[in-house]
Write a protein that binds this ligand. Structure first.
Ligand SMILES: Nc1ncnc2c1ncn2[C@@H]1O[C@H](COP(=O)(O)OP(=O)(O)OP(=O)(O)O)[C@@H](O)[C@H]1O
Length: 537
């Protein structure tokens, strides 16, 4: 549906704010023309009456033109900064970026084999498995729909990032992929671009009116689902490509209604999608793409059974699996899910982004709060907006209150016990700069693109080094420099060997207490100091 129109999910085909569309007489003009919603029906996001229509620009449920206008005003006034980021310039440091394209028979442009190899080597792109697709050096070399190219340009993406260079053409060949690349390196668009391109083409070529979902993207958190869906909408603007967000906390009736009205993409968390599948008849037999974002987290115990249940309901879709951290075990599981999977990795796997400067500080537990207050009140060290990670929901609430009381700064907490509405509002005010500090649990640990955040404080070390890599990754997007301050003490002893390895390989200083700890021994990359200690025994 084009801009300015409002798509309806049931009866009235078009709703327009300017009233020029032919079916305008069927559309409720004013909010009070609309009836109240009965149980299970979608509700207008503005007034709560029956949400008979879907707003084409925000994809929200609305009851009338009046509420659409109110909604669009609100979006214009408040939500702009939460949308996709402005253009980010990629560092054009490599002469390979300027290698000229050459034509191939398919209409897309690809590099000759030797140049493709050279480019992969220079950008540290590693490919395992059978893959004919060479990396692309511009989005226009991939034979994408014109509208999609315009949307990519409008998002400010001048050239593909290394992971996009290889993953986009690879996904377009129909291969299943397991992809790993640094946090903040543009992985999301590297699966969304091929999905939007392919699904829009399928719809345009289809002769039926049936609009069963063509792609499913699963992520571990609601926040990440919301962002991925927003990103998809932006890339798909003006194309026959509708999305449905399927996450807990939002009413299920509206989500079901939306899917039944016809969508191309479902973005969701596994639990809610299973709820929908088991309670209602949602047909997934047309799904051609199955994406697991943050695949290592999605295939962990807790999620794995639900993910597999959904996967089994599909008929052998192309699987695209992504994360900044991938273990051999995940690789094995991924390979068993899809035949002929191609493994693409960019840079060194399971490493923190080089753009995040890590500052590890040894602080005893009882002094952690004071240390945090000192940092937040220091002109030199405090770089808002700041994200503080803690280990529990209660801890998040208590610490955010303590920060407000001690420093006078408005601080909020975000965790899984808060309602979707609250979480959305906190995210919005954090990203527009209304709140300088947010204290979060792991719900904000992975995948979320926190524009403007350049400082992360890991107050409580997470349970695994992988989660740590994801958490500190929030401090940098696409090569912008960020800082992660990490509090450590003997309570984190289980992670000392890995942590020393990570800090050393990133060029970060290792606190003396950590090096000298008896729990540091066993590090798989034993440093000189530790070797001496070992021999000295
Ligand atoms: N080609 C591009 N040019 C400029 N900006 C881009 C490009 N591709 C993506 N971006 C922007 O880079 C930022 C990081 O991208 P994204 O969130 O997809 O990273 P990611 O690799 O998924 O990170 P994480 O592992 O933390 O989830 C986003 O703000 C995105 O809009």
């Amino acid at each position: 549906m084009e801009d300015g129109n409002c798509d309806t999910r049931c009866k009235s085909p078009i709703l327009s704010t300017d009233g020029e569309e032919s079916n305008e007489d069927k559309i409720k003009e004013r909010c009070w023309d609309q009836r109240e919603a009965v149980l299970g029906e979608p509700k207008c996001v503005i007034c709560g009456r029956y949400g008979e229509y879907i707003c084409d620009q925000t994809e929200d449920d609305i009851c009338s033109l009046e509420c659409k206008n109110t909604l669009l005003c609100r979006v214009a006034n408040s939500q702009k900064p939460v949308r996709l980021p402005p253009a980010k310039k990629l560092p054009a440091t490599d002469e390979c970026f300027y290698v000229r394209d050459s034509d191939d028979k398919s209409g897309s442009l690809s590099l000759p084999i030797n140049q493709a190899e050279l480019l992969r080597k220079k950008l540290e792109i590693h490919v395992k498995g059978e893959l004919t697709a060479a990396p692309i050096i511009s989005f226009s070399s991939s034979n994408l729909p014109k509208k999609l190219l315009q949307n990519i340009e409008a998002a400010g993406y001048e050239m593909p990032t290394p992971v996009q260079m290889q993953a986009i053409p690879a996904a377009l060949t129909g291969k299943s992929l397991l992809v790993s690349a640094d946090t903040g390196s543009g992985k999301t668009a590297s699966f969304l671009v091929p999905i939007v391109s392919r699904c829009a083409s399928v719809r345009l070529e289809s002769s039926t009116n049936q609009k069963k979902p063509l792609a499913i993207i699963l992520t571990p958190t609601r926040e990440l689902c919301i962002q991925v869906e927003e990103h998809a909408k932006l890339l798909a603007k003006g194309l026959p490509f509708k999305t449905a967000l399927v996450v807990g906390g939002d009413p299920m009736a509206g989500q079901r209604h939306r899917i039944e009205g016809g969508v191309e993409l479902i973005v969701g968390t596994p639990g809610r999608l299973i709820d929908l599948l088991t309670k209602h008849d949602i047909e997934l037999d047309a799904v051609i793409f199955f994406v697991l974002d943050e695949v290592d987290s999605m295939l962990q115990r807790g999620f794995r059974d639900q993910v597999m249940q959904i996967f089994r309901a599909l008929s052998q879709p192309q699987a695209l699996m992504y994360s900044a951290t991938i273990s051999p075990e995940v690789e094995k599981m991924a390979s068993s899910m899809a035949k002929g999977i191609v493994v693409i990795s960019v840079g060194k796997p399971n490493r923190p982004s080089k753009s995040v400067k890590q500052l590890a500080i040894w602080v005893e537990s009882k002094h952690k709060k004071q240390k945090l207050f000192d940092i937040l009140m220091s002109k030199q060290h405090f770089m808002p907006p700041v994200l503080v990670y803690v280990g529990s929901r209660l801890g998040a609430d208590l610490l955010s209150n303590a920060i407000t009381v001690t420093t006078g700064m408005k601080t909020l907490s975000i965790h899984g016990e808060k309602s979707m509405k609250e979480r959305r509002e906190i995210m919005r005010s954090f990203l527009v700069g209304e709140i300088p500090v947010v204290v979060a649990t792991g719900v904000l640990g992975r995948g979320v693109d926190l524009l403007g955040v350049r400082q992360v404080i890991v107050f409580d070390m997470p349970n695994s080094i992988k989660e740590y890599i994801h958490q500190i990754g929030r401090a940098s997007r696409l090569g912008d420099e960020g800082t992660a301050i990490v509090f450590l003490n003997e309570e984190n002893k289980n992670m000392f060997p890995e942590l020393i390895e990570i800090l050393k390989s990133s060029g970060a200083a290792v606190p003396r207490e950590l090096v000298n700890s008896r729990y540091a021994v066993g590090s798989f990359s034993v440093g000189k100091d530790q070797k001496k200690r070992k021999h000295g025994r």
